[in-house]
Design a protein around this ligand. Structure first.
Ligand SMILES: NC(=O)c1ccc[n+]([C@@H]2O[C@H](COP(=O)([O-])OP(=O)(O)OC[C@H]3O[C@@H](n4cnc5c(N)ncnc54)[C@H](O)[C@@H]3O)[C@@H](O)[C@H]2O)c1
Ligand SMILES: [Zn+2]
Length: 365
């Protein structure tokens, strides 16, 4: 059993198939969309060792001739040298314009292989098979692909709508707990942006992981369909991320992205309270939810002015403005780029001072 969501974008659409065990049907799902022939599987050694065989067998069964193209493990290899390595591998294998690249892995594999697919021969079809929670609910949906430069993350990239996304939640069984938690931060983000029912489930219990992933994907799909090229509404997906980028930079990138996003959502919600945009109870609720899922709600001892500088430096590199996404209610957020610096500094100072969740509400568990 599996379900399919269709994502529309200007000039086309693509399916997101989701269901336990779908990895072993990736070949037939791909063959529904493209004539079988040569295909590249891009993965890293860890994911390849776990799931490469299943995918390869499935592709062969559907008539494809897969070639395995491994990229090194880790964010430090999400760069142009790795992309060049993939180009070489594609050329050696003799990939043609119609040969699909199948990205099997987390966001690093999806972004890197996706960028190689977007550019080799001016674009090959791309199938995303995300294997982390973050990649399932965030990076594999929406068409953004790209790599890092030494000057900053994701500075080179493209919009590359995939041919299909295949989500098999069963592969999460092998995902390390810290990676799972990091993905949960983005799931919670999706709930706060647009899915009150998802937040309620995460506050209690009763729904499967499959359902939770489906709800989070639905939020991302709705936002990217409204703003496929990131010109407006898509900014809401950056809830917690302005602060998070500052925290990450200040920690020398030792803080994990999901942890930074958790702290960033706490800060953003408290900022919304300070600006009179939402009631204090909302901040307490968000902090309790994050803490319940093992995510941090108290930032390390960073000076507010340093966090501000780090956020400003990050924004400058991306050529954007320092804007904050502010929750007004669960399921409703607004984008503000006129937030006074003093309010931000005061919120950060307040966050440093607090040693227990906002309003000292006891955790659920
Ligand atoms: N394109 C986008 O729109 C977008 C959105 C959000 C994030 N991103 C990018 O995503 C990247 C982060 O992705 P991530 O969090 O998936 O990290 P990741 O790709 O580094 O994967 C995390 C770790 O989990 C391992 N792993 C993956 N799947 C596994 C499995 N099923 N079982 C066991 N181990 C597994 C990986 O080998 C890796 O060590 C960042 O580079 C970020 O910039 C992109
Ligand atoms: Zn993120």
């Amino acid at each position: 059993m599996y379900s399919t969501t269709i994502v529309h974008y200007p000039g086309g659409e693509y399916p997101i198939h989701q269901g336990d065990g779908l990895l072993s049907r990736a070949g037939e799902l791909t063959a529904e969309l493209i004539r079988p022939g040569l295909a590249a599987i891009a993965t890293n050694p860890a994911v390849g060792a776990l799931y490469g065989d299943t995918l390869q067998r499935s592709l062969i069964g559907a008539g494809f001739a897969p070639v395995l193209c491994e990229i090194p493990e880790g964010e430090t290899y999400k760069n142009l040298s790795t992309v060049a390595g993939l180009y070489e591998a594609f050329a050696t294998a003799g990939l043609e314009r119609s040969s699909p690249v199948i990205a099997l892995g987390g966001g690093v594999v999806g972004d890197t292989a996706g960028f190689a697919a977007a550019t080799y021969l001016r674009g090959l079809p791309l199938v995303q098979i995300p294997t982390t929670l973050l990649a399932m609910v965030d990076s594999s949906v929406g068409g953004k692909v790209g790599v890092d430069l030494s000057q900053g993350k994701n500075l080179v990239g493209a919009f590359k709508p995939p041919l299909a996304v295949i989500v098999d939640p069963a592969v999460l069984a092998t995902l390390p707990a810290v990676e799972f938690r990091a993905g949960l931060a983005e799931v919670i983000k999706a709930g706060i942006i647009g899915a009150p029912a998802l937040v309620e489930v995460l506050e209690g219990s009763g729904e499967s992981l499959d359902w939770i992933i489906r709800q989070a994907i639905a939020v991302k799909v709705a936002v990217v369909e409204e703003d496929p090229y990131e010109q407006g509404r898509r900014a809401v997906l950056n809830l917690g991320h302005t602060f998070a980028h500052g925290f990450e930079l200040l920690s020398g990138y030792r803080m994990r992205h999901g942890e930074a996003v958790s702290l960033g959502m706490v800060a953003a919600t408290r900022l919304a309270v300070a600006l009179g945009r939402c009631p204090p109870e909302l901040a307490a609720r968000v902090e309790r939810l994050l803490a319940r899922h093992g995510l941090p709600v108290h930032p390390p001892d960073f000076a507010p002015e340093d966090v501000w500088e780090a956020m400003a430096a990050d924004k400058k590199r991306r050529g954007g403005r320092l804007r904050f996404v502010l929750p007004e209610a669960i399921g409703r957020v607004v984008v503000a780029d006129d937030v006074p610096k003093e309010a931000v500094l005061e919120t950060l100072a307040d966050l440093q001072r607090s040693t227990s969740p906002c309003l000292s509400v006891p955790p659920i568990l």
